[in-house]
Write a protein of this length. Structure first.
Length: 163
C-alpha cells in the first residue's frame, strides 16, 4: 500500500503516482522494495534519511529506471522543491516535471546540478547564446529519461525562439 497517492486532475494523460516512504537508506533494502513495486504505478520511493554513496548507486539507479521508479532521499526532495534559484517559476517547473515523471535515483547533488544547468540554460537561451543553451540541453538529455528531458528541452527551445 502506498503512503501517498499523487493525482493530476488537470492532466488526463498522467496516471496516479504512488509514493512510498521508507525509513531505510540501505541499498539492499531499497533494491528489494523497488523490485516489488508495480511499474505501471510509476512509484516514488522517498527515503527518510540521507542515501549514502555506495558502490551500488549505479546499479540502484539503473534498477529504478527499469522499474519506472523515482528514488529520492529527504535532502534531494528538499533541494528539488525549495532550492535556491534566480527564476522561481523555472524551479517549480523543474520540480513538477521530475515529480510527475522522473525515474532514477536522484540525490541532492544531482538535483542542484539540474537546477543550475536549467537556470543557466534558460538565461543563455533568452540571450541567444549557443554554448550555454547547448550545455543545458546536453545535461538534461543525458541525465533524465526521454519524456522528462523532452519537456525541459522544449522549454529551452521556446525561450530560444521567443528571444
Amino acid at each position: 500500500m502506498p503512503d501517498v497517492v499523487m493525482r493530476w486532475p488537470h492532466d488526463d494523460d498522467l496516471s496516479d503516482r504512488y509514493v512510498y516512504l521508507r525509513s531505510t537508506t540501505n541499498a539492499d533494502e531499497l533494491v528489494f522494495d523497488i523490485t516489488r513495486l508495480a511499474r505501471q504505478d510509476r512509484p516514488i520511493v522517498l527515503a527518510l534519511g540521507a542515501l549514502r554513496p555506495s558502490f551500488d548507486a549505479r546499479a540502484l539507479d539503473s534498477l529504478a529506471i527499469d522499474h519506472h521508479t523515482l528514488g529520492l532521499d529527504l535532502a534531494a526532495f528538499a533541494e528539488l522543491t525549495s532550492g535556491e534559484s534566480a527564476d522561481a517559476a523555472l524551479r517549480r517547473l523543474i520540480a513538477n516535471t521530475v515529480i510527475e515523471g522522473g525515474q532514477s535515483l536522484l540525490d541532492e547533488r544531482f538535483v542542484s546540478r539540474l537546477a543550475r544547468a536549467m537556470t543557466t540554460g534558460a538565461q543563455a537561451a533568452r540571450r541567444g547564446e549557443h554554448e550555454g543553451t547547448e550545455d543545458a540541453l546536453a545535461f538534461v538529455s543525458d541525465m533524465l529519461s526521454p519524456p522528462i528531458a523532452r519537456r525541459l528541452t522544449t522549454i529551452l527551445g521556446t525561450l530560444w525562439r521567443a528571444r
